[in-house]
Design a protein around this ligand. Structure first.
Ligand code: AGP
Length: 613
């Protein structure tokens, strides 16, 4: 899960590439590099650490030219270092490559090439690609044919971009399987290549997304697309609606804080155009849903990873409660190897912010193979999870840059709620009155979230008391149990505090042993069907001397006397309460991490889109 950028055109490629990498740094940030053809010679600059280090190096030893490629890395093979940073150059010095993904058979290829006298200068899997290309070139093949021959030998999933000083009029880009996207930006006599849209949007909105096993030959004036064995492919140009400003931090200190505060807009946008309040109806046209299929669905699997899986856990409750269709949440990395039972009318619903998470895409392919209907809820437009699905719901949350997902957690919960209402309506299992009340509840959500965001100072004060803690336990029940998992994940991801989310009813079966004066316990206790049970959980935790922080509903008379801190949320229809109860927990994790002086947007060891297994 790295960031790749390429440029060919009249401008100096160096600043274009550095800017593009800056916008993709959330994909990997342990080392970076670029290569530019300068005076028919490949010049490389690479360094370990954040992109600023590379920018400093380039300003110390400038390089300029009209063709170049660049990379920001999340190391899989070979520790983060300058020699393992991309781009990697072949022994002849004429060909250079940047890569996203893992060459699963790199050991055999490495040993074969080494046996032929190839000397490797890095510990990476990627370097075998460029050495392979040069080997095929030495048999007389041109760059494109040599690249295709090499790629046919690679196992695994890849995004590859390479160029040669012997053929400076082109850049070759390829996508094989699910290792993150490759998107081509079409400019005016200039072309842009990137692994994600934010690197291209400031230059053009005209884009082409490469499908798996496609190779693009990109020149100043256009591109041709072909299969790995050279057959021409017609490509589809798309116009992207996202604006580059939305990928800026604006007045916020961190993207995460900006994205938390964008949730009033993102939730308004995900509802906009899909809810007809007058007749209390929901419409989700991109699903291509027919009444016949709606009635025929016998089983739903929801599959996803990380935060998206927590949204899926809530989706299970919403679908079962509102439609009575048996629904199961399956973690994608388990589903893909779990030999799942899929029948004729099984629906597989994948959730993914990036739309490029390798495990989630593989789970979708597994479902496809077994005959399931594939739907997806995706934020990043035009990505694989959206393209390979039979129908999709776009989260419409806008670019999410902070690695810790926030607005792309609340948006899919609302999308799942709308889906449940639509399915129940089409199956005829939802009365008019109930349907209208469910829809009217939906329209209140953006304002209710706004109220939570206005209370950020109260949350910051609680964060001040917790910033030194070494661990934290999160407890929830029913529809707010996944919020306990999500609250804990947010704190883990960005503050590096060991935090555990747990079904509150399970506490007495073990985790209660953890509770003492040092262990803060965050409980989800809004007014929902599990409220009474949560009160006794709070009393059990207090009885062991725990410091208890409760998320509670405005006006609650009982909880303030029982706990140490209250994070108030407005009264919310319980089926939608997770969208509101998570807000103070997003802010709590944010403030604790910020107060610990940590890099909130680019936490260690993480990356925004996990495109390797
Ligand atoms: C969440 O904050 C993390 N970034 C991570 O758990 C993420 O949710 C997971 O990798 C899934 O990503 P996706 O939604 O892009 O598929």
């Amino acid at each position: 899960m790295c960031g790749i950028v390429g440029y060919i055109g009249p401008q100096n490629a160096t600043p274009v590439i550095l800017n593009g990498l800056k916008r993709l740094e959330y994909r990997g940030y342990d080392s970076a590099g670029l290569a530019v053809i300068q005076n028919s010679h490949i010049e490389i600059r690479r360094d370990v650490g954040k992109l600023t280090k590379l920018a400093e190096l380039v300003s110390e030893i400038p390089v300029s030219g009209h063709v170049g490629i660049g990379h920001t890395r999340w190391a899989t093979h070979g520790e983060p270092s300058a020699r393992n940073a991309h781009p990697h150059i072949g022994m002849t010095g004429n060909v250079v490559v940047v890569h996203n993904g893992i060459v699963e058979n790199y050991r055999e290829l490495h040993d074969d090439l080494a046996a032929e006298g190839v000397v490797f200068s890095s510990d990476t899997d990627t370097e075998v690609i460029v050495q392979l290309v040069e080997r095929f070139q030495s048999t007389g093949l041109g760059l494109v044919e040599a690249a295709e021959k090499s790629m046919q030998q690679l196992k695994g999933a890849h995004g590859i971009v390479l160029m040669s000083s012997l053929e400076p009029d082109k850049i070759v880009a390829a996508r094989i399987g699910n290792a993150g996207g490759v998107v081509i930006g079409i400019g005016d006599h200039e072309m842009f290549i990137a692994s994600d849209l934010p690197a291209i949007l400031e230059h053009t909105r005209r884009v082409v997304f490469l499908e798996s096993c496609q190779v693009a030959i990109v020149t100043r004036d256009g591109l041709t697309v072909q299969t790995l064995d050279g057959k021409p492919v017609r490509y589809k140009e798309q116009i992207v609606s996202w604006d580059p400003i939305s990928a800026e931090k604006g007045e916020y200190r961190h993207f995460m804080l900006k994205e938390i505060n964008e949730q009033v807009r993102s939730l308004t946008d995900t509802i906009a155009g899909r809810v007809d309040v007058d007749c209390g109806k929901v419409r989700l046209p991109e699903l291509n849903l027919t009444p016949e299929f709606a009635k025929a669905i016998s089983k739903v699997y929801i599959t996803a990873c990380g935060t998206a899986a927590h949204a899926g856990m809530i989706g299970k409750i919403l679908l079962e409660r509102i439609t009575r269709i048996p629904t199961e949440l399956q973690i994608a990395s388990e589903f893909r190897y779990g030999d799942p039972i899929v029948g004729d009318n099984t629906l597989l619903l994948a959730i993914s912010q990036s739309g490029e998470t390798a495990d989630t895409l593989a789970a979708m392919e597994e479902g496809r193979k077994k005959g399931a209907r594939l739907w997806s809820i995706v934020n990043a437009i035009g990505t694989q999870a959206m393209r390979i699905a039979d129908g999709y719901i776009s989260m419409q949350a806008g670019p999410e840059i902070g690695v810790a997902s926030t607005k792309a957690f609340t948006a899919p919960i609302v999308d799942l709620y709308m889906l449940a209402v639509l399915l129940a309506d089409m199956r005829g299992t939802l009365g008019e009155k109930e349907r209208r009340s469910l829809v009217s509840g939906l329209c209140m959500i953006p304002d209710l979230v706004g109220k939570c965001l206005d209370r950020h100072l109260e949350v910051e004060a609680v964060a001040e008391t917790l910033k030194e803690t070494r661990s934290c336990l999160y407890l929830g029940r029913g529809i707010n149990m996944p919020i306990a998992y999500e609250g804990a994940l947010k704190l883990k991801e960005i503050s590096y505090i060991h935090a555990e989310g747990y079904p509150a009813g399970e506490m007495k079966h073990g985790p209660i042993a953890l509770i003492d004066r040092e262990m803060p316990v965050v409980v989800l206790a809004p007014h929902d069907p599990w409220y009474e049970k949560m009160i006794s959980q709070i009393e059990q935790a207090k009885a062991r001397g725990g410091t208890v922080i409760a998320v509670a509903t405005d006006g609650d008379q009982c909880i303030p006397s029982l706990v140490d801190h209250v994070l108030w949320v407005p009264d919310t229809p319980w089926l939608l309460s997770p969208v509101v109860t998570v807000i103070p927990l997003q802010l709590l994790a944010y403030y604790i991490a910020a107060k610990r002086g940590l890099d909130v947007d680019q936490p260690r060891n993480l990356a925004k889109s996990v495109t390797v297994e």
